[in-house]
Design a protein around this ligand. Structure first.
Ligand SMILES: [Fe+2]
Length: 211
């Protein structure tokens, strides 16, 4: 039995999914952990007995929504569902050195990884990798230091939902924004991350950034 479940929105199959996540994060190394988590997410997405809470299918108008489904007080990991309205996207960002496994529950997301090419003081250059279109049932992972990426819902009219398992609660991350004074360079900002508590944002939303 998991603790503090009443803090999170309930959904069918939750205990079974959390038990599988608990098992996955106890694998002996990061490669096995992230590999096993990807398999758990793929199986969960295909499992008709597991249905995410209704709120995660409700987009928020001015930013993609983040809703925490669980934070394990024993193992430390955090599960966040994200809801992407048409065209909603992250800026280029990192994950504060945390590993993360991401699965697409519905819709399609475009994920582009970036490699850090150069740094000059507070300015950064990146090389974009090939964008990956990830459809329902697909899962991938980000393992530092290969953690720079963007996520976008490229659809003009469809919502996308993804589930992200983080090594720990990610309270902030670094975003990299194009530097208008230096073409091809980015400047960085530290952003605190927020969650949305339901269909209507419970907290006013300053930018919620960092998938
Ligand atoms: Fe991300």
């Amino acid at each position: 039995m998991h603790e503090d479940l009443d803090r999170y929105p309930p959904f069918p199959g939750r205990e079974r999914l959390l038990a599988a996540l608990d098992h996955a994060v106890q694998q002996p190394d990061i490669t096995l952990i992230t590999h096993t988590l990807q398999q758990v997410l793929r199986e969960a997405i295909a499992d008709a007995q597991i249905a995410l809470p209704a709120c995660v299918h409700e987009p928020v108008a001015d930013h993609y929504a983040r809703r925490e489904l669980y934070h394990s007080p024993v193992h430390g990991y955090s599960v966040v569902a994200m809801t992407w309205g048409p065209g909603q996207a992250t800026p280029l960002h990192d994950h504060s050195g945390l590993w993360c496994v991401e699965g697409v529950w519905s819709g399609t997301l475009q994920i582009t990884q970036y490699a850090l090419q150069a740094q000059a003081g507070e300015r950064f250059q990146f090389r974009a990798g090939r964008g990956l279109l990830a459809g329902p049932g697909s899962a991938g992972c980000l393992i530092p230091p290969h953690e720079y990426h963007t996520i976008c819902n490229p659809s003009p009219d469809q919502i996308a939902v993804s589930v992200h398992v983080y090594q720990r609660v990610m309270q902030r991350c670094t975003v990299f924004l194009p530097d208008p004074q230096h073409p091809h360079w980015y400047r960085r900002e530290i952003r605190d991350l927020q969650t949305d508590d339901g269909p209507t944002p419970a907290r006013s939303s300053t930018a919620v950034i960092g998938g």
